[in-house]
Design a protein around this ligand. Structure first.
Ligand code: ZN
Length: 366
């Protein structure tokens, strides 16, 4: 029987997977990470990541906005931004199959992101903040009342946050966002084609000074938030469904700058396990979808589709994290290590960030 690697060997393997840009920085305290995330030590020997794998297939999305996204990675300050003009999206929604049209409209400084249900009487607003999170399975929903709600907001929120759109009115004529290919690349392309404009107010980031974490009741999912040496947020996502799961253990890290987000994260699509589909359809979800429309992972791999990256699932979970944490309503400078987290735990960390923001504002006002 082969000898199992020691914890020290596993930690060395984990360190080897850390992005080069993160290497030799003191914030990567792998021993602490392993202590907080027991699944990591199990997964370490078999994780795949963008630093040790080559893409299985080039992304099929060809639009190139790289000239608009020059690498101004760590500005000491920046101004708030909004879209330069209306941006329209339309398509069927992911879970319920609504034919939805969305229009992004410019908004003033300090407006934040506000959804507006233009199909309802008086076109009520739904602010994209933690106060309005509604608990639904497998997606992020916002609701003011039972009827005034909007669902599956996380991919558009990720596109807005990733591209640093701080203020925007999102007019929508249905209760759920268009799905497109399950990534947020189409949202990003539309926003970049319209362009961004700077507003007068500064975009104030909260800087994480200490370590905090949130975890699920059973302790299997964790989110650890720590200080980060650069002037941006960074997220490491550790995906672990089990040693022999059909979605293999994966780890992916990225600094969330517009250029990195657009080029390396935005095209990663959502996925579903074949074993889950029957139950989802019984709940009325995704009845309009085929294996061509969404990445379905069966026992023998992806069905009727090809992955854009070997670690596309981890990249997408990171994308979801970006969108969910954007509900804190504030940019932050810190490093999030997400272990197996989903939307609900992401929301808990967004609440922590909101509280930190409010505490900072109170301190500054005193
Ligand atoms: Zn998602």
């Amino acid at each position: 029987m082969p000898k199992l690697p020691s914890v020290a060997q596993k930690l060395r393997q984990y360190r080897a997977l850390v992005p080069p840009r993160f290497a030799n920085r003191s914030f990567i305290k792998t021993k602490r990470l392993a202590k907080h995330s027991p699944a990591v030590t199990l997964a370490i020997a078999e994780v795949s990541c963008r630093f040790c794998c080559t893409p299985a297939k080039e992304t099929t999305v060809s639009t190139d906005h790289s000239t608009q996204l020059q690498d101004e990675t760590y500005p000491s300050t920046r101004k708030q931004q909004t879209v330069a003009g209306p941006v329209r999206f339309s398509g069927r929604s992911l879970f319920m199959g609504y034919e939805t049209t969305v229009t992004l409209l410019p908004a003033d400084s300090n407006t934040g992101i506000i959804f507006r249900r233009v199909d309802l009487t008086n076109a009520p607003d739904i602010p994209a903040t933690v106060e309005f999170i509604a608990k639904v399975p497998r997606r992020t929903a916002l609701a003011v009342t039972e009827d005034v709600r909007v669902e599956t907001v996380e991919h558009l929120m990720a596109a807005l946050c990733g591209l640093q759109v701080d203020n925007c009115i999102v007019e929508i004529n249905a209760p759920e966002l268009p799905a497109y290919d399950g990534s947020c690349r189409d949202f990003c392309d539309g926003i970049l084609q319209a362009g961004l404009v700077q507003l007068d107010a500064d975009a104030i980031s909260i800087s994480i000074g200490g370590t905090t974490n949130v975890r699920s009741d059973d302790g299997k999912q964790t989110l650890l938030l720590r200080p980060y040496a650069q002037r941006c947020a960074a997220i490491t996502y550790q995906l672990y469904y089990g040693r022999n799961a059909v979605v293999t253990p994966q780890i992916y890290s990225a600094e969330i700058t517009p250029k990195i987000f657009y080029e390396e994260v935005s095209a990663a699509r959502t996925f579903v396990l074949q074993s889950e589909i029957k139950a989802l359809k019984a709940m009325g979800y995704g009845r309009h979808l085929t294996s061509k429309d969404i990445v379905i992972v069966g026992d023998d791999g992806v069905i009727d589709n090809a992955l854009r990256y070997p670690d596309e699932a981890a990249r997408h979970k990171l994308l979801d994290c970006v969108g969910d944490l954007a509900l804190s309503g504030t940019p932050f400078v810190g490093h999030v290590t997400a272990c197996r987290s989903g939307h609900h735990l992401n929301h808990e960390l967004a609440r922590v960030l909101t509280n930190l923001k409010q505490a900072t504002e109170l301190r500054n006002a005193a």
